[in-house]
Write a new protein. Sequence first.
Length: 495
Amino acid sequence: MDIGPPLPLCIGGEWRLGGGERYETFYPATGEAVACLHAASLADVEEAIERAHQAFHRGDWSRAKPHARAAVLYRVAALIRERAESLAQRQRLDNGKPIGETRALVASAAATFQYFAAACETLEEAITPSRGDYLTLSVHEPMGVVAAITPWNSPIASEAQKLAPALAAGCAVIVKPAEITPLLALELAALCEEAGVPKGMISVLPGKGSVIGDAIARHPKVRRVAFTGGTRAGRQIAHIAAEKMMPVSLELGGKSPTMVFSDADIAHAVNGVLYGIFSSSGESCIAGSRLFVARDIYEAFMDRLVAGAQRLRVGDPADPATQMGPLITAAHRDGVERYVALGREEGGQILAGGGRPDLGAPFSNGFFHQPTIIAGLRNDQRTCQEEIFGPVLVAMPFDDEEDLVAQANDSVYALAAGIWTADFQRAWRVGRAVQAGTVWINTYKQFSVSTPFGGWRDSGLGREKGRLGLLQYMEQKGMYWGLNEAPLPWAGPCA
Ligand code: NAD
């Protein structure tokens, strides 16, 4: 693959090489280099934030009328759709997801810009009931410079989920994509500029999280951080936020339970469970990675599930028929393999997968792992409690609903849950009892930008998406507007 010259970064509206180290990014399916660039330096961070601050205070975006900002965001959505295929192919190379998934992520990024354009244009402020001879209002102001720190697993969709509402709110945005998957964030920033977002309102600064991400989060002029990533880094950002008294949203890890009851539509549930864990190679925060199946159907269900996992098409991400691509890096696959070994040590039996598939050239240097199912473990063991972030499902039988809910909730994570049952009363009961930011009933991993998304406990703080997703980038202000000349209590004596 011809990787061409180093790619410029977007630093305060200027496209130029980063001041940090030169590095290459790789296509996870083959290990080949895809692009090279120079990471952002600390001086780039300083300059980008200073320029973002100036661009914000210039007011040509932050004080533009909502319908004018919306018009530009609609254009961003249209441009994403116009270039959808090339963006999807670029993303396939950037992180190795199968083309079917990258097309869906690009489409979701366009839908996100369209939604927040509409939300921006139709946002209402309130006249609140007055308690005196004054008019009382609740209004919202953009926060200023905000940061969007994103992981490697869903480029473009993750960035759009933060960039679109932040721009809609009138903020200037410093995007810090994962160092290893910077390509789509750069393309998105270029599209935003082409659509009419003023220069300086967006910067894209790839680099090491502990250096560049940390410096962005700590900068006094950054007034909010929207973070998606692991719980460890999320906690560090929360500490910084506490020191700076800064709002944050933290979309973190998960170990989501999927529960299959005896009365479920079994064929549907088998497909749903497979899709829930093995799509995106399990590199998904909401992966349904802990499976609980009613004991009376456990064996029959597991037979079908294992057969289904073994039939999954693992391989070439460019082939639209491929269901599972590679993992992101060799190091990440090593981590997944360590968890499979741990599962064995803890007494688990590998019912499917457990190793690397033999795909042959040109994928022999790719970072593939088989879809893997481990049974025979208890929910309190490490393999069932820790996030693996790979194609590994742990499966356990359950006996009664109350105990099931207790086990489902027995996790530091609480991001998502799946319920498969034909009994709508049970679906309601369990759906309300399970602690999770998102519950899917007889479906899994479906997303709508109009529905809030986020986690409880170690899975995060705050919500993205939905109309409230826009308000997260705005400060609320109460206004009192005196309507008569009546003296205030002290007006007489002080005058
Ligand atoms: P990560 O936490 O290592 O990195 C995420 C981003 O944060 C990257 O851009 C990274 O460079 C940056 N970063 C890392 N340390 C930082 C620090 N100390 N200060 C500032 N920035 C820092 O996560 P990852 O390995 O890229 O992604 C995988 C994790 O993301 C998984 O745990 C997964 O569950 C989680 N995730 C969560 C969601 C969600 O919406 N809840 C979505 C996708 C991924």
